[in-house]
Ligand binder design. Structure first.
Ligand code: NIG
Ligand code: FE
Length: 406
């Protein structure tokens, strides 16, 4: 048992469903009792005399652990050489069309061993934990061949056991068309489809995602892969409207996708379709920043009743930062989100985008005890002090897994 006492402000969304409204409950002078990895009691005032380990929060802010619902965690190499191309305004899709971009990371991921990929991703996860992230989605998609896609997924599976952050695995075989299939789209899609039963059998992923974009995969192709994935009991996600709105969002919503992600160029029809299907919009403001693109119409989505999650999109190309706090700051400035809307977007709604809102994303009795203690006395302060990591202590599954300075 662990008692976290003397909490100045406990701020948390509530419930088990993704919502466009963000009613964050704040309790002053609170305590939280955790047992067996779960929250068993929340109260205010002086904590009762439980016989258990005690953690003095010293009057600080406590929130649910942060959930990063969209990352490309496992990959070989980095792509700093693209910086000079970006400076010359060479478009992201043109770098890809020239065999760079995703395809250059594919080369490095294919040639890296499972151990190398694992060691690198483990280092990243350790840093994410210090930023308050307690759950993280991880997509494959830098293999684009059977062995390397499986290698990436296996790294995620192994890392789930090796460190405290809960990983949620997504198969993204349709991330780009590899060079060896450039004249055989059908052959590639069939190959990636054929991998689905094996992924399911070995429990290597829960979700399947497709990059639906001009010059990558069309809405028809994306729909085909996701329908096949659903037949094998993988839940659908889609990268759509990142650069051009080519109809992916509407298709994803039509097949009941759990989330559509990016949505920078989302149309009214796309927003309407997500609203009707209850799909979560996973927005990635740090990618808009790094690609120097517009910001998604987040306010329009909330107003239409679409629940919004905010994630990092960490990857070596369009967002080489895994700092979810940076994405949160950008949500505040660029989406004009309130602190409460942003918190909802990186906790409860992010949990819903990973089908875990019954268990994660809020601080309520019965939920998993994943908490962040902040070097802050109120919620606004963590958005105000941008560029600083204000995480003080992180608790995962009822255990202290990070303490600043230790
Ligand atoms: O989410 N858009 C597609 N995939 C990633 C970028 C991958 C890369 O550039 O390596 C994204 O932005
Ligand atoms: Fe992405």
């Amino acid at each position: 048992m662990l008692l976290i006492e003397n909490i100045g402000v406990l701020a948390t969304p509530q419930g088990t469903l993704a919502t466009a409204e963000s009613t964050v409950v704040t309790l002053k002078n609170a305590y939280v009792l955790c047992d067996n990895g779960k929250i068993v009691e929340i109260g205010t005032g002086k904590a009762p005399e439980f016989s258990c380990d005690r953690l003095d929060a010293n009057g600080c802010l406590v929130t649910p652990g942060l959930i990063d619902a969209h990352t490309h965690l496992v990959f070989g190499g980095w792509r700093e050489h693209e910086l000079s191309l970006k400076r010359q305004d060479v478009p992201y899709l043109e770098i890809l069309a020239q065999g760079g971009g995703i395809l250059s990371t594919v080369k490095k991921t294919r040639s890296a061993s499972l151990e190398e990929l694992s060691e690198k991703a483990l280092g990243i996860l350790q840093e994410m934990l210090c930023l308050g992230v307690t759950t993280c989605e991880a997509k494959s998609g830098y293999g684009l061949d059977v062995d390397t896609e499986l290698k990436q997924l296996r790294v995620t599976q192994e890392l789930n056991e090796l460190q405290p952050i809960e990983l949620v695995s997504t198969y993204l075989g349709a991330h780009a068309l590899p060079r060896e299939y450039k004249d055989d789209r059908e052959g590639y899609l069939a190959l990636m489809e054929a991998l689905l039963p094996r992924i399911k059998e070995e429990n290597l992923a829960e979700f399947c995602d497709v990059f639906c974009e001009t010059g990558v995969f069309s809405a028809d192709e994306a729909e085909r892969i996701l329908r096949a994935a659903q037949k094998h009991d993988l839940q659908a996600k889609m990268h759509a409207d990142e650069i051009d709105p080519i109809g992916g969002t509407e298709r994803a919503a039509g097949l009941g996708a759990v989330s559509v992600e990016h949505l920078i160029a989302a149309t009214d029809a796309g927003i309407e379709a997500m609203k009707n299907s209850g799909t979560v919009a996973v927005l990635l403001p740090a990618t808009s920043f790094y690609l120097d693109k517009p910001y998604a119409r987040a306010r329009d989505m909330l107003q239409a009743g679409v629940p919004v999650a905010v994630a990092s999109d960490f990857n070596p190309g369009s967002c080489p930062s895994f700092n979810l706090q940076l994405a949160m700051n950008l949500a505040c400035w660029k989406y004009r989100f309130t602190a409460e809307e942003t918190l909802n977007a990186v906790t409860k709604n992010a949990a819903a985008a990973l089908l875990r809102a019954d268990r994660l994303g809020t601080l309520e009795v019965g939920k998993q005890a994943d908490l962040v203690l902040w070097d802050a006395n109120n919620l606004d302060y963590i958005f105000y002090r941008f560029g600083q990591n204000l995480t003080k202590t992180v608790i995962k599954n009822g255990k202290i897994v990070y303490m600043k300075g230790l």
